[in-house]
Ligand binder design. Structure first.
Ligand code: A3P
Length: 290
């Protein structure tokens, strides 16, 4: 597949053509949100799968069945991957949980009217880049990255699936009605998972005792999630994800700052310079960006 065939664009953002078929766009734009829906929003490789484990466990009061009976992509489906008009989400028990990699300005009108709760997870972009390289190597739907230097330029220019990391993060950090959005970072979750689970449960207005919190945090440790066949993508067909090339749950908790093993000093310096430039006009008050 050539790069031109691989990408389409929606609202100015690069997307994999196979992800958003035009015929599904209408269904996506008319999506009916409910006020108690929970939406997990991430730039790819920022901790989506992790949150797809944490949130169902919190919502179910710590019931292991919530993550043992459904694949992560079924228990918290992506809005953009499941926009088939025939898929009846209205029959799902409340609160419904969804995930999306879409940028803020790409959200459908119903999102702004109904205002469901959002958990926005962000991660150090150099680690996102590193993880994204591995994702490309294991995903036949994506063209190979080619030389790392070139892929780095594409990543920094937003010419990768789901567009620019900078636009993604800035757009969501700039969202109005912030009271319905919880911002959390991958690194915070690595540092203190129990505290993160506690705060997420509070945000979701789901009071849980310390023992339940402890159990959820334990269950969501990298080493334990890696064993969960419903979350480790071992069931994904090889034409979508070939884990012989790289594992989906790759390094996780063992390394924060894996980019140091991936980027050369010159690449890391270039990354820093672009980062500084991209956020220079951003109002950094109360945000983790600067
Ligand atoms: P690495 O490739 O750096 O290991 P996403 O789900 O958004 O695609 O993000 C995938 C990244 O989250 C991968 O990062 C994966 O290992 C990491 N991840 C998933 N579950 C995790 C967990 N329980 N603890 C720490 N990292 C986790």
């Amino acid at each position: 597949m050539t790069e031109a065939e691989m990408y389409t664009s929606y609202k100015g953002v690069y997307l994999l053509s196979r992800v958003l078929c035009r015929r599904n766009l209408k269904c996506y734009e008319e999506f009916n949100f409910l006020p108690d829906d929970i939406l997990i929003v991430t730039y790819p490789k920022s901790g989506t799968t992790w949150m797809q484990e944490i949130v169902p466990l919190i919502v179910s009061g710590g019931d292991p069945a919530s993550v043992e009976t459904l694949y992560n992509w079924d228990r918290v489906p992506w809005l953009e991957f499941h926009t088939d008009c025939n898929e009846d989400f209205s029959k799902r028990p409340s609160p419904r949980m969804f995930a999306t990699h879409f940028q803020h300005h790409m959200m459908p009108p119903g999102f702004f009217e109904v205002k469901p709760k959002v958990i926005y997870v962000m991660r150090n972009p150099k680690d996102v880049f590193t993880s994204y390289i591995h994702q490309h190597s294991m995903t036949p739907l994506m063209v190979q990255t080619g030389p790392q230097r070139e892929f780095l330029h594409k990543f920094l220019d937003g010419k990768v699936a789901f567009g620019s990391w900078f636009d993604h993060v800035k757009g969501w950090l700039n969202a109005e009605d912030k009271e319905r959005i919880m911002y959390i970072s991958y690194e915070e979750m690595i540092m203190d998972l129990k505290d993160s689970v506690t705060r997420i449960a509070q945000f979701l207005e789901k009071p849980l005792g310390p023992e339940v919190i402890e159990k959820i945090a334990e269950r969501c440790l990298f080493k334990n999630m890696k064993q969960n066949k419903m979350s480790n993508y071992s069931a994904a067909p090889r034409e979508f994800l070939d884990q012989r090339k790289s594992e989906f749950l790759r390094k996780g908790v063992f390394i924060v700052g894996d980019w140091k093993n991936q980027l050369t000093v010159a690449e890391a310096e270039h990354f820093d310079a672009v980062y500084k430039d991209k956020i220079k006009d951003f109002n950094c008050k109360d945000s983790r960006l600067c």
